[in-house]
Write a protein that binds this ligand. Structure first.
Ligand SMILES: [Mg+2]
Length: 259
């Protein structure tokens, strides 16, 4: 069931595990994915939030882990990249799902030969996943979708992941919900209340997992969603992060003064 925006509850006193999508959540969307950045002040806030919550802050994104490190630096966080096909846990260990080399080769050949005929579209290769971007050529959406669907038929180990002006092909069984569930079984996330903020279709799997754990799911922007709460845009996410940091600071001070 889709529930529309409700007032944000007070998060005071709770022990939270924070999960953030990146593009459209921590970083404004740009015409090209390589133009995107997280403001330095926001990266510092994320670092503080992580320190205040014993490291229970992770990024959950469609981007590869390497790119996420670049975007978040100097904040070095636990990460799920490529919708969870790559996951670096809090100990620094990388868990990675791969596709057979022959499948990757054939996919790359077929996708690039098609994309080359559609000016303004872009193929992004992520190792075990492929993103077909059409932000600058939206009229190619039907062809892109058809191409992606034909690839899923040809390679049943793949799944389709639509997003904002992008269609991705990723290994089946991988999604942001599974990534959050995996983090929630490990320190320092285990035992905390999961909170996940995201803006796109790929985040819905994360919202559902968080809802099932009685956590807080937050959708950024408009559109139907399984998330229980809503923030209007990236700027509202930034203000919320600041408030959350102050809240955790106060909670920690409160604990110290009671000692
Ligand atoms: Mg996003």
């Amino acid at each position: 069931m889709t529930r529309e925006s409700e007032g944000f509850p007070s998060l005071s006193g709770g022990l939270y595990a924070f999960f953030f999508d990146v593009d459209g959540t921590l970083a404004a969307i740009k015409p090209r994915p390589d133009e995107v950045s997280i403001p330095a002040s926001v990266r510092r806030t994320l670092q503080s939030l992580s320190a205040l919550s014993h490291g229970a802050v992770a990024l959950i994104s469609g981007r590869p882990v390497e790119q996420l490190d670049g975007l978040a630096a100097p904040f070095h966080a636990p990460l799920a990249g490529v919708h969870g096909a790559e996951r670096r846990d809090a100990t620094g260990e990388l868990h990675r799902i791969s596709l057979p080399d022959e499948v990757v080769k054939q996919l790359h050949e077929t996708l690039s030969s098609n994309i080359n005929n559609w000016p303004g579209t872009q193929l992004e290769t992520k190792g075990m996943a492929f993103a077909l971007h059409y932000r600058q050529a939206e009229h190619y959406q039907p062809q892109i979708l058809q191409l992606a669907e034909s690839m899923v038929k040809r390679f049943p180990m793949l799944a389709l992941q639509p997003g904002k002006c992008v269609v991705e092909l990723k290994p089946k069984g991988i999604d942001k919900g599974a990534a959050i569930r995996a983090f929630m079984q490990e320190a320092p996330f285990a035992g905390r209340i999961p909170l996940f903020i995201g803006d796109d279709l790929t985040d819905e799997a994360g919202f559902r997992v968080v809802n099932a754990m009685n956590g807080l799911s937050v959708k950024v922007g408009e559109g139907s969603s399984d998330a229980r709460f809503r923030l209007k845009d990236v700027d509202e996410v930034y203000s919320w992060l600041e408030q959350m940091k102050l809240q955790l600071d106060q909670d920690n001070l409160g604990k110290e003064s009671r000692l």
